[in-house]
Design a protein around this ligand. Structure first.
Ligand SMILES: NC(=O)c1ccc[n+]([C@@H]2O[C@H](COP(=O)([O-])OP(=O)(O)OC[C@H]3O[C@@H](n4cnc5c(N)ncnc54)[C@H](OP(=O)(O)O)[C@@H]3O)[C@@H](O)[C@H]2O)c1
Length: 272
């Protein structure tokens, strides 16, 4: 069955998903956006997507409602929609960081409910998302969410809601870790005498090239690293400095901190 998808909140994440779905050949007639901002609605209308200022009208018009407002808006947005959700029973897909499925269900009365954690590369269709289905969610809902999220990159299910915090620490915050490394490499290259433009271009292309090799290779990344680290060579000299500085332990501690922060934000229920 051809199902319809509506987005409550027409910002960055909604635009990324809509762009991905249209690029996959979805008819704009299957897509709806609700947002209070008229300029935002106009932007979506220019893609021939249905628009409305009314969240309730959107819920009544679609089969899948993507909750794409900021986490702190969720407690305000959902309760007024609960009656409509109860009578119409759409699948709710939340992409909001840190809001648990139990809170989402309490606020919305949704039976079919999935919580996803996408990341910012979704904006360039290179996202990495994971999703968790609340108890009672059926296979049709899972297939639909898999289809929607994979329009902007990789989408994987996780078995427990706690794992969403681990996903947040990995792929959610992960783009910033790579930016951080790229920033450090660029600064170090300047100190080694390269100009800014060359340092930037070579850093970015090296990051993209390494990711492409790792994505295509059958070997794991440990093996790929070994292969480009000849004993006594330049890479080995650099890697031994990373090892002395206990690089792996630093990464582990950093991700542990992100994980704990994600848990505590979840406990605050989006009130931040
Ligand atoms: N961006 C990412 O890469 C990313 C990654 C992971 C998760 N997420 C999650 O995705 C969600 C959306 O993030 P975003 O970056 O797309 O935010 P955003 O660009 O600020 O989009 C949110 C949109 O919701 C609109 N809105 C506010 N109140 C509303 C209401 N009562 N009813 C309907 N729409 C309303 C906002 O309008 P105004 O501008 O007028 O307020 C805005 O257009 C967040 O919960 C975030 O945690 C985003």
């Amino acid at each position: 069955m051809t199902y319809k998808v509506g987005f409550i909140g027409g910002g960055n994440m909604a635009s990324a998903l809509i762009g991905g779905l249209l690029a996959r050949g979805w008819s704009p007639d299957r897509l709806w956006v609700a947002d209070p901002e008229l300029d935002t609605l106009e932007r979506h209308r220019s893609l021939a997507v249905h628009t409305t200022e009314s969240n309730a009208r959107l819920v009544a018009s679609v089969d899948v409602v993507v909750l794409a407002v900021k986490p702190q808006m969720m407690a305000e947005v959902l309760p007024p929609l609960a009656d409509m959700v109860r009578s119409h029973q759409p699948l709710l897909l939340s992409v909001a960081a840190g809001i648990s499925t139990s809170l989402l269900r309490q606020w919305s009365a949704a039976e079919q409910l999935i919580r996803a954690m996408p990341n910012t590369p979704a904006l360039v269709q290179c996202g990495a998302s994971a999703y968790y289905a609340a108890p009672g969610t059926d296979d049709t809902s899972l297939l639909r969410v898999q289809e929607i999220l994979s329009a902007v990159g990789l989408a994987l299910p996780v078995e427990s809601e706690e794992q969403i915090d681990a996903v947040t620490a990995l792929s959610g915050s992960g783009p910033a870790y790579f930016f951080f490394l790229m920033e450090a490499m660029q600064l170090a290259a300047l100190k080694l005498g390269l100009n800014e433009q060359t340092a930037r271009a070579l850093t970015l292309q090296t990051a993209a090239g390494a990711a492409q090799i790792a994505l295509r290779a059958e070997e794991n990344v440990t093996e790929l690293r070994r292969r480009v680290t000849s004993p006594g060579g330049t890479t080995a000299a650099a890697i031994s400095v990373f090892e002395k500085a206990q690089w792996q332990r630093t990464v582990e501690e950093a991700m542990q901190a992100a994980y704990l922060r994600s848990q505590s934000l979840g406990n605050e229920g989006g009130n931040r």
